[in-house]
Structure formats: structure tokens, C-alpha cells
Design a binder for this molecule. Structure first.
Ligand SMILES: Nc1ncnc2c1ncn2[C@@H]1O[C@H](COP(=O)(O)OP(=O)(O)OP(=O)(O)O)[C@@H](O)[C@H]1O
Length: 274
């Protein structure tokens, strides 16, 4: 399958302190495939996601090539990048709350986004959103769209983001720990929605997660990061069964130990594997 996204020699640094955050990252995401990014806190997973979207803070600089469908995003103006975000590249963050303006009801954000990308009026946007929201098990969509973000749970906000993705049909979805802030039941439900999202849109995906059980279920390939450096990339199967790097083996064995412990506590019921 052709490469859909190609990142070459991505370097990211803090201009004010001179600290290098990502040293020299190169990786690829195939068309219609999901790349999971794993690694300990502070290893640079979020900065990588934001660099692709060009959403890092103004004092953070980046160099290198980011090719999407062969188009080098580094050459695009800020205005052109804004047009790419949402419809072509779609970011789902850890806290659903951060995607929405706290001072308006969530419908306003949804209508504005859909107006920007499709030119739809409020009525058209509400119609499309209602169908998508029902499909991700959000009942009473019109009622939900009239609520402020703080009146909705984290799981509901993430599902609204997934529903919006279903309407926008982006080519690339970047999900940065989309389930970390949720309780266990909601994590499972949102993961199910991600699986369906992939199936329905056939899009490419970058999925950042601490949860290796989820990664194993969702991803085709896994990229392992440590201290701003990619230490290993391979198929999900090879990472879990035949990791080359010591750090990857450490991550996988820690997960196995936790799973075994969980199994004993739950009386034999471990975390489901693919
Ligand atoms: N806006 C910023 N300005 C300067 N440095 C930053 C900025 N954002 C992140 N960093 C630094 O970059 C490094 C990587 O951070 P990043 O948030 O990408 O890690 P992460 O792997 O996503 O961690 P976590 O799993 O905890 O979210 C950290 O040392 C962090 O302090």
C-alpha cells in the first residue's frame, strides 16, 4: 500500500530555551492503516502529533518534511494549513473539553466547523450531525448540541468529536490519548467507536496511547518513543511478540505483568486481546 503520510527528519525545539524536544523523527503511515505511538510520559508523542498538524506553541519551532499525499505541508501558509485541519487532517485530543469553546453550546462549534468546510447552514449541519451522533450512540442529539461542554461527560465529548469526524470524513485522524481521561467503561465504548470509525471511513490514523491493550486491538503498526527519539517501529504483531529494542520489551512486559495481575484480581478475566 502507498505511504499516505511521510515524516522525514522532523526536529522540534523550544526556541526560548534551545531545548531539543524531537531530535530526528522519520516514519510513515500507510493508506488506510493505523499507526499507534507509545512511550513514557514526556517522550514527545503529543509534540509529534501537534507538529504534523502544525499546532505547537509559537515558541516551539520545527524543521523537516511532512508529506501528506506527497504534498509537503511545510510549504503551506497558515491559512492553507487551517483549511487542511478538520477536513483533511483531524485531531482528537485527550480532553474533549479542549476542543470546544467553554462559553458556547457545543452545537455552535459544530455548525461553524461544518459551515467552514461544506458551506452548510445551521439546519443542514444539524441534520448531518444528528445522524452521525445517533450512530455513535448519542441519543437526543439536538438536546446535546444545546448543552455547554461542561454539562457533558468526557466520554460524550469524545463521541461528539468522533461523530464530527464521521461527517467531515478526514483522510487522516490523529487521536492523542483520546481515552486516557475517561473511566474504564467509557474507554471501552470510545475504543469501539474508534474501531468503527476506521472501518467506516477507511482513513489513516495515528493513535497515541498508554494502553497497550488498546493499541494491540486497533493498530497495524506501532512506533515506540523515548526521550524525543523513535526507538523502534514495526508491525503490531512484531512489537508485541518479537520486539528488537530493550525499551520496547520493557514496555510490553510491564503491560503483561499488569494484565496478569488484573487477571488474578478479576478471577481469570484478563484484558481482551485481538
Ligand atoms: N509547548 C511546549 N514548550 C516547550 N516544551 C514543551 C512544550 N510541550 C511539550 N514540551 C516538552 O516536550 C517534551 C515532550 O512532551 P510531550 O507532551 O510531547 O510528551 P508525551 O510523550 O506526549 O507525554 P504524555 O504521555 O505525558 O502526554 C516534554 O519534555 C515537554 O516538557
Amino acid at each position: 500500500m502507498p505511504n499516505f503520510l511521510e515524516v522525514n527528519h522532523l526536529k522540534v525545539w523550544d526556541k526560548s530555551s534551545g531545548e531539543v524536544i524531537l531530535h530526528d523523527s522519520s516514519f510513515k503511515v500507510n493508506a488506510e492503516s493505523c499507526l499507534a505511538v507509545v512511550g513514557e510520559s514526556g517522550s514527545g508523542k503529543s509534540v509529534t502529533c501537534r507538529a504534523i498538524m502544525r499546532l505547537n506553541k509559537p515558541w516551539v519551532s520545527q524543521s523537516g518534511e511532512i508529506l501528506l499525499h506527497g504534498e509537503n505541508l511545510s510549504f503551506l501558509s497558515d491559512k492553507e494549513m487551517r483549511q487542511k485541519r478538520g477536513k483533511t487532517m483531524y485531531l482528537i485530543m485527550q480532553h474533549g473539553m479542549s476542543a470546544f469553546d467553554p462559553s458556547t453550546v457545543v452545537g455552535v462549534h459544530l455548525y461553524e466547523t461544518l459551515k467552514q468546510h461544506f458551506g452548510w447552514n445551521k439546519h443542514e449541519a444539524a441534520g448531518h450531525m444528528s445522524i452521525a451522533m445517533k450512530s455513535v450512540m448519542l441519543k437526543e442529539p439536538m438536546e446535546i448540541m444545546n448543552k455547554y461542554p461542561h454539562q457533558l461527560s468526557g466520554g460524550m465529548l469524545q463521541r461528539i468529536m468522533i461523530a464530527l469526524a464521521l461527517v467531515l470524513e478526514p483522510d487522516l485522524i490523529i487521536a492523542d490519548e483520546p481515552t486516557t481521561a475517561l473511566d474504564t467503561i467509557s474507554q471501552y465504548e470510545v475504543l469501539e467507536q474508534f474501531l468503527q470509525l476506521r472501518e467506516r471511513l477507511g482513513c489513516s490514523m495515528i493513535f497515541v496511547s498508554h494502553d497497550l491493550g488498546m493499541v494491540r486491538k486497533l493498530a497495524d503498526e506501532v512506533l515506540v518513543m523515548k526521550n524525543g527519539v523513535i526507538v523502534e517501529q514495526g508491525s503490531t504483531e512484531s512489537i508485541f511478540t518479537a520486539a528488537k529494542h530493550e525499551y520496547t520489551r520493557y514496555l510490553v512486559s510491564t503491560k503483561q505483568t499488569l494484565n496478569d495481575h488484573f487477571k488474578s484480581v478479576m478471577g481469570g478475566q484478563g484484558v481482551a486481546k485481538r
